[in-house]
Design a binder for this molecule. Structure first.
Ligand SMILES: NC(=O)c1ccc[n+]([C@@H]2O[C@H](COP(=O)([O-])OP(=O)(O)OC[C@H]3O[C@@H](n4cnc5c(N)ncnc54)[C@H](O)[C@@H]3O)[C@@H](O)[C@H]2O)c1
Length: 278
């Protein structure tokens, strides 16, 4: 392969990509980066409150035939089917599904001095069920609908968004901010995201002979105006000593979505500043 061909294989130009959770921190970053690279992008999300702003901002930079904003609840089969149908109706195919939508329960900050609901022994199981419903069940339901279309086409590429908490336990000292205030990363996110790497391997091997690839990406700690106390704890525990800038995910997502990763399926690509390396 000569250099120009290698360059072409790293491209997502003309690919049709659905990004679930597309109004969120990572979803917006990847959607805009892919649009800038010439992809056609479907931004699908449950939170309709961002629709008008995103529509307006994207329309300033990209032609209306390049993108589609669509309401999506990944826990609802009809909703997932509708997004795939709208994608194929507008763009005639679906090349890449990015399973990015998820919920991440926030800390129960109000109760840290009383019964801390984020501690494992007190964690409300209803919240665990809710996270499993979205992060696990929703990912399965959305993937089923995309796979039907990809099978009909004879090709497809799925990128699942995992987490370092899919791979290792949280170091709870990250959430100890002194003065006797210890917060905890609760079990719901860890339980529901741990499923993603092995689901990736399941889909990769299930469809390996039918033209569908499936890989996972493992982001970690995207900077989003975190507190000084958090940044201090984080830099002490992270090998690279800093959080991830959202733009640092563009290369890894582009690689997995492009033909440059054509021999990769069932892989888990870690982008964590070394967090899981020690
Ligand atoms: N931000 C990080 O530091 C980080 C680190 C590791 C992994 N991740 C993973 O990256 C992905 C995106 O995270 P983010 O930080 O951008 O989160 P975010 O909360 O900013 O975005 C998630 C989006 O998913 C949407 N969503 C929630 N439930 C949905 C449903 N049922 N159907 C459709 N959409 C739904 C939300 O409305 C939101 O826009 C998640 O899978 C998360 O687990 C994030």
């Amino acid at each position: 392969m000569d250099i120009p061909q290698l360059h072409a294989s790293l491209s997502v130009a003309d690919k049709v990509v659905i990004i679930t959770g597309g109004y969120g921190l990572i979803g917006r970053t990847i959607a805009e980066a892919f649009l800038q690279q010439g992809a056609r992008v479907v931004i699908a999300d449950i939170d309709a409150s961002h629709h008008d702003t995103v529509q307006q901002q994207l329309a300033e930079h990209f032609a209306p035939d390049r993108f589609l904003l669509h309401h999506l609840d990944i826990t609802n089969e009809a909703s997932c089917r509708a997004v795939v149908e709208a994608t194929v109706e507008k763009f005639r195919k679906l090349d890449v599904l990015i399973n990015n939508a998820a919920i991440d329960a926030k800390f129960d900050k109000e109760n840290t001095g009383k019964v801390n609901q984020s501690r494992f022994e007190h964690y409300p199981v209803d919240l665990l069920r809710k996270s499993v419903d979205v992060n696990l069940m929703g990912t399965v339901i959305m993937t089923q609908q995309a796979c039907r279309q990809m099978l009909a086409q004879g090709q497809g590429n799925i990128i699942n968004v995992a987490s370092t908490y899919s791979m290792v336990a949280p170091n709870q000292s990250l959430y100890d901010f002194g003065q006797g205030v210890q917060q905890y990363k609760p079990i719901d996110y860890i339980a529901s995201k741990s499923f993603i790497p092995n689901f990736t391997r399941y889909i990769a091997t299930f469809y390996a002979q039918e033209g569908i690839r499936c890989n996972a990406i493992v982001p970690h700690a995207i900077f989003n105006n975190h507190s000084e106390a958090f940044l201090t704890n984080f830099s002490r525990l992270s090998p690279l000593g800093r959080m991830c800038e959202r733009e640092e995910l563009i290369g890894p997502f582009t690689f997995l979505a492009s033909e440059a990763s054509s021999y990769m399926t069932g892989s888990v690509l870690t982008v964590d500043g070394g967090w899981t390396a020690w």
